[in-house]
Each structure stands twice: as C-alpha cells, then as structure tokens.
Design a protein around this ligand. Structure first.
Ligand SMILES: *[C@@H]1O[C@H](CO)[C@@H](O)[C@H](O)[C@H]1NC(C)=O
Ligand SMILES: *[C@@H]1O[C@H](CO)[C@@H](O)[C@H](O)[C@H]1NC(C)=O
Ligand SMILES: *[C@@H]1O[C@H](CO)[C@@H](O)[C@H](O)[C@H]1NC(C)=O
Ligand SMILES: *[C@@H]1O[C@H](CO)[C@@H](O)[C@H](O)[C@H]1NC(C)=O
Ligand SMILES: *[C@@H]1O[C@H](CO)[C@@H](O)[C@H](O)[C@H]1NC(C)=O
Ligand SMILES: [Zn+2]
Length: 647
C-alpha cells in the first residue's frame, strides 16, 4: 500500500497550462482558438460562423456543448479521480471517518453501489411520508382506506420543505430584507408555475411511484385540473408588493394554519408575532376555498407528483461515476468545493491564479471608474459618487470561499451532524439526509447574524458553471471551475486574458448597475439615489436603445454590450505592444475578438439557453456596431447600428 501514499503526496501537476513557457502558452491558446475558425464564413457577415464554425466537428462526440459545460465536465472527471484516491486512502490506517472527505466519499459509494430498489422512487416515498404516521395514498397497503382526515396539505408542504421542496402551491425563500441586506427574512409568495407539470410528466411520475397503469390517467387528469385552478387563481393576483406581517395576521387574512407551516420550515417553534415577508395575499386568501373543495387524496397525489419530480431532478438513477459526482456537487456544494480546492488548487498555484485574476479585475474596475467619471449619462455628482462607491466596493470572491474564516472549519461545522452508518447502501435515505442539510444551511440564516461581505460565501451555489453577481451582497463569485484553460491560462498574453476572463468579469461588473441592481447601494440596500438613476431619462434611453431588437433578457444584453466595451477599452489602455511571435499574420485585435467568441462557441440545442438569448444572437448583438470590431476585420460599419449610450 505504501506506493499509493507516495503517489498521493506528489502535488497535483501538469494541467497542460503548467510549466510551459509564455510563448508556448500563447501558441497553444491561439492555435486552439484558430482551430474553430471556419475561413469560408465571412467575419463581417457572420462572425459566429466564422469564429465557431468548426466547433461541432471538433467536439462531435463530447458530452458538452460549449465552454462552461466543458470546464464543468473536466471538473467532474477530476472528481472521479479524487474519489478513487479517497477510496484507496480510506483503507489505510489513520483515515479520518468524520472528515468532510470521508462524508463525501461515503455518499459517493452509496450512489455507486446501491441496488435498484434502494434508489427507487418508492423507497424515497417510504422514507419521506406526508406526515408522521401517515403514508402516501399510493403506498397505503392493501384494502385499508387512506385516513384522509389526518392529511393537512400545508403541513405536508412544511414537512417536505425539509428536503428543499418549494414552489409547490406556496413558494418559500430565505432572503435578505429589502431595506437591510444583513437581515434575513422568510418570504412567502405564490409559486411560479414555470415548472408546472405536463400531463405526460405527471403520468410518468405516478407510474414510478407505483400507481398501476390503469389508475394513472384518471389521477393525472384530476391533478391537471387542480393545477389549472391554482394557475387561474394566481393569474388573478397582480400584487407584487412585499409586505411585512406577522404570522398571526397572515393566518387571519387567509384562514390557513401558517404558524405550523413556518415552524416546520424553520425547525423550531415561533411566537404568533414572528414576522414574514408576504406577497400575493389575494392568491393566499383564495387558496383555502380551492383546497377545501378538493379531494384530499388528490391533493396528496399532486404534492407527491411534484415531490417525485423534484427528487428525480436532484438525483441520478443509474449510479454512473460522473452522474454520482453531479449529485454530490449539487447537493453537497460547500463540501465538494472544499475538497476540490484542497486537491487541485495547491496554495502556491491558487495564489498565482488569484494574483493574476485580481489584477485583471482591478484593471477592468478601474476602467469602469474612468468611464463613470466621464459621465456620459450626465449624472449628478451625488449619483456619480454613489455608483463609483458601489463599484469600488464590489468584492471579487474567487472560488466562493469566505475571505476571513477558515474554510475547512466552516464546512466541517455545516456537516457536523451528517453521518452515514458504515456499509449503509440506502441511497435514498442518504440522499434525503444530504438534501436536508443543504436546506438547513439556507434556513439557518434566519437565526443568526448575516455573514459580513468578507465572510460571505454563497451557500446554495450548486456549483454554477459561470461567474455570477450577487446583488444583495455586491459580490462577484468566480467558481473554481473557471480557473482552467482555455478560459484562463496564467502567464498568457493580455489579449487572451482580457478578451475572455476579462470580458466575463466586466459582464458581471456591469450587472452591478443593470436595471435590477442600480437602485441598490454598495451594501445591497435600496437607495434613493439609485432609484433616481434608474428612472433618469438617459439611463432608460440607453436600455431602450439596446432593446431595438427586442429581447426578454435586457439586463443580460446590457451586461454583454457594456462588458465587451469595458473589456476592450481596458485592454487597449494597458496593452503592451508585444506581438505574438508565431502569429504575425493575425492582428492582436483580431485575436481579441476570436478569443472572446470562445465563450459563445458551441453546438447546443436552442433549449440549452436559460435566462439568456442564445449564444449566436448574443455574440452578434455584442459586436453589431462595435467600431473596434469592424476596424479589426475591415468590415464596413453600417450606420443603422449606432452604438447605444450607456455609462
Ligand atoms: C494546433 O491545433 C491542431 C488542431 O486544431 C493540432 O492538430 C496541432 O497539433 C496544434 N498545433 C500546435 C502547435 O499546438
Ligand atoms: C470550406 O469550403 C471548402 C471548399 O468549398 C470545403 O471543402 C470545406 O469543407 C469548407 N469548410 C468548412 C469548415 O465548411
Ligand atoms: C477528524 O475530522 C473531524 C472533522 O473535521 C475533526 O474535528 C477531527 O479533529 C479530525 N480528527 C483527527 C484525528 O484529525
Ligand atoms: C440590519 O439588520 C441587522 C441584523 O438584524 C442589524 O444589526 C442592523 O442594525 C440593521 N441595520 C439597519 C440599518 O437597520
Ligand atoms: C447539530 O446538532 C446539534 C444538536 O442537535 C445542534 O445544536 C447543532 O446546531 C447542529 N448543527 C448544525 C450545523 O445543524
Ligand atoms: Zn449576466
């Protein structure tokens, strides 16, 4: 066994970025970028096809469709390797069974080894009943009647929230209060219905829950009717104002037993004066009538179907290594993030990455401050000061880890009560435990002082592949997965750094002043000066201009268009004139835009794009009317695409 130990002591090396000379790194990057270029397509007419035309051919058999998925897949592959190493280590003396590593490993082994029966939906439903001493109607044995008088739907929703089920009949969130981002509140509103069930999905969920083939369609039809009734009720409620009220008031306004529900959600008893944030009182007031007139068994079936669909989305049913890794990264975010960092980002390496990335970020931020100072929106001094302060105080969090706390201590504490009995291969039971802990982490924020911005790490980060801006914390998170080539290669030429990672950071910086965030100050609280900017004519005109070609995702378009402007102007401000030795035939400006395109290149289906326009349209909108781009490729700029005036 000794050789294994030795192997493990060798620090991780040789991502292909390490140890290469700068010239080699640049050559590799450029070659990689040029590898996707389709020379047959004109850069001016169709830049997406020009820059990305060969993507599909190169990645024809790969299990990803674009760059962030690819980086995420690389991370998953590394995790499989890490699990194998941990498994070897666990057989040696001295392996700490209460460490975070051991807990992740145990859950992984359950996921890999559980039988079909122990990962089945029926098993989940047995382990997570609608209430104490009550089974789901489906699983009620033989001819005994289901005791429907014992079923209380709101209580069941509270019971299942423990595992993270929300957005069914009621939406529950734990979020910072609008006036004070360091105070967390329980927020209750109507569900979004975006995840509403299609008839086929309902049918499928009923079947895997053990409903016989013949009984499933009539049950599914009743469920659809109930959901339609809820949807109609929701549509009648246009109220989108948050109100603070205590649970007692809410009960009187709606006739529902909220106190019990809230106690189940937060895990301890509360006084009737406990305050919650509520929207959609019209919906809630109408709920009682609909639910009272519905058959209890059918309501239970509806909740069960939604619970089953939630579990199926959270889980994987085949026990393949990569699939199990996905479940772990999703359900044990902080734990998996910690062990990834520990294994693949040695302190010296992480320090070098951090230094280079912080430099890029600071340069982009500096450029933003310069442009705020130029004041093309003609803001008042007070408004400009507010925005500049906010931008100056944005924290870049690399890897979603707290700056001022010991990460291992913090994470170990999160999982202190998680134990897996040795040899337990009940995947469902262990998965439910893990989901419970994940939910608790979010809910626990109600009971303790909010993390400071320096301590902050986003708990429900399900290992998002891209960077993101947290508007209530004024923090940008850059997940570890992005610290990989070709997105970021330390020591490479600025043209690569600023066109890709620099653009992403600029895009997130821009989100701090988009129409969803500009009204918040540097601490994430609503601020009168910000509201003034939001409603000023210059600001609105800029956004309207970007919406000439209408999009559902205007803030994203704004962040894209302003992001590229910011990244490019930062690059030209600081660029060294150093050319890339081996590629004299292609200008640095061209490289900038071809490398920028790497973020958008892909061959995914249209359904891949969530909350954003598709990548081809995004790239086109970014470059349309962008003079440096037209200049770089010698395109004629058409006058109809005047650049929109922002910041
Ligand atoms: C450049 O990329 C091509 C594939 O696109 C590869 O065949 C070639 O070996 C690469 N050259 C260098 C110098 O990396
Ligand atoms: C470009 O055009 C040539 C000649 O028509 C063709 O052989 C080649 O496959 C085309 N390349 C791509 C990437 O479409
Ligand atoms: C094992 O891990 C737990 C949890 O992280 C820790 O509290 C304990 O000190 C560790 N034990 C040893 C012997 O390192
Ligand atoms: C915000 O909430 C925190 C925690 O409840 C409290 O300590 C702080 O005083 C509040 N700040 C303001 C401005 O109300
Ligand atoms: C673990 O359980 C103990 C005892 O019930 C409790 O005091 C503690 O808060 C729990 N820890 C977490 C992170 O939930
Ligand atoms: Zn965005």
């Amino acid at each position: 066994m000794m050789w294994i130990v030795c192997l493990l002591l060798v620090p991780f090396c040789c991502t292909s970025g390490a140890r290469r000379s700068e010239d080699d790194r640049n050559t590799w990057l450029l070659n990689n970028t040029l590898g996707y270029v389709n020379e047959n397509a004109s850069a001016c007419v169709n830049f997406f096809e020009h820059a990305c035309g060969k993507y599909g051919a190169i990645h024809i058999d790969d299990p990803f469709t674009e760059i962030t998925e690819m980086l995420d897949h690389k991370v998953n592959t590394r995790f499989v390797q890490l699990m194998d190493e941990l498994n070897q280590r666990s057989r040696l003396r001295g392996f700490n069974e209460s460490s975070v590593e051991a807990k992740v490993l145990r859950f992984y082994l359950t996921c890999r080894g559980a039988s079909k029966e122990l990962r089945s939906v029926k098993n989940y439903l047995r382990l997570a009943p609608p209430d104490e001493g009550l089974t789901w109607p489906q699983l009620t044995p033989g001819r005994t009647a289901w005791p429907e008088e014992r079923f209380e739907w709101l209580k069941t929703l509270g019971v299942l929230h423990r595992y993270g089920l929300t957005n069914v009949i009621v939406s529950v969130l734990v979020i910072p209060s609008l006036s004070n981002s360091s105070e967390f509140l329980l927020d209750l509103s109507m569900p979004s219905f975006q995840e509403g069930s299609s008839f086929t999905e309902t049918l499928a969920a009923l079947r895997v829950s053990g409903v016989p083939r013949n009984s499933a369609p009539p049950i599914a039809r009743k469920i659809s009717r109930l959901e339609s009734a809820l949807r109609v009720l929701a549509e009648s409620d246009k109220d989108d104002e948050d109100k603070l009220m205590n649970v007692d008031q809410l009960e009187r306004r709606t006739g529902l037993n909220w106190r019990k529900f809230v106690e189940l959600v937060i895990g301890h008893s509360i006084s009737p004066q406990f305050r919650v944030q509520v929207r959609n009182l019209i919906y809630f007031a109408g709920l009682k009538r609909i639910m009272d007139s519905s058959d209890a068994q059918m309501v239970a079936n509806y909740i069960m179907v939604r619970f089953v669909r939630y579990l199926l989305e959270e889980s994987e049913d085949d026990g393949h290594a990569i699939e199990c890794i996905k479940v772990i990264r999703r359900s044990m975010g902080p734990a998996s993030n910690l062990i990834y960092k520990q294994r693949f980002l040695a302190p010296a390496k992480l320090q070098q990455y951090t230094q280079e990335i912080v430099k890029i970020f600071d340069q982009v931020r500096q450029q933003f401050l310069i442009q705020i100072e130029r004041n093309s929106l003609r803001l008042t001094t007070k408004q400009r000061t507010m925005v500049a302060t906010k931008v100056r105080e944005i924290i870049l969090n690399i890897g979603n880890i707290p700056r001022t706390l010991d990460y291992r201590t913090l994470v170990s504490r999160h999982y202190e009560n998680l134990t897996f009995p040795p040899g337990d291969l009940d995947y469902c039971r262990n998965h439910l435990k893990v989901l419970e802990i994940r939910t608790k982490m979010g809910v626990a924020q109600l009971d303790r002082p909010a993390m400071t911005r320096e301590e902050y790490c986003y708990l429900s980060d399900e290992n998002s592949a891209g960077p993101y801006y947290l508007r209530r914390q004024n923090v940008i998170v850059l997940p570890f997965a992005l610290l990989q080539e070709p997105l970021f290669v330390p020591g490479s030429h600025d043209v690569f750094k600023y066109s890709l990672l620099g653009f992403l950071l600029a895009h997130e910086l821009a989100h701090s002043v988009d129409s969803d965030s500009v009204h918040l100050d540097s601490l994430g609280n609503v601020h009168q000066t910000g509201i003034e900017i939001l409603s000023s004519s210059a600001y609105t005109a800029g956004l309207e201009c970007m919406n000439r070609n209408p999009t559902q995702y205007l803030d994203e378009r704004f962040a894209d268009i302003y992001g590229v402007d910011l990244a490019y102007s930062t690059y030209t401000r600081i660029a060294s004139e150093k050319n890339l030795r081996d590629f004299a035939h292609i200008s640095l400006e061209q490289i900038f835009f071809l490398n920028l395109a790497q973020f958008f290149c892909g061959d995914g289906a249209a359904t891949n794009f969530v909350d954003h326009d598709d990548d081809k349209l995004r790239l086109q909108q970014i470059l349309s009317g962008f003079v440096p781009f037209h200049r770089a490729f010698g395109c004629q700029s058409s006058s109809q695409h005047q650049k929109c005036q922002v910041w």
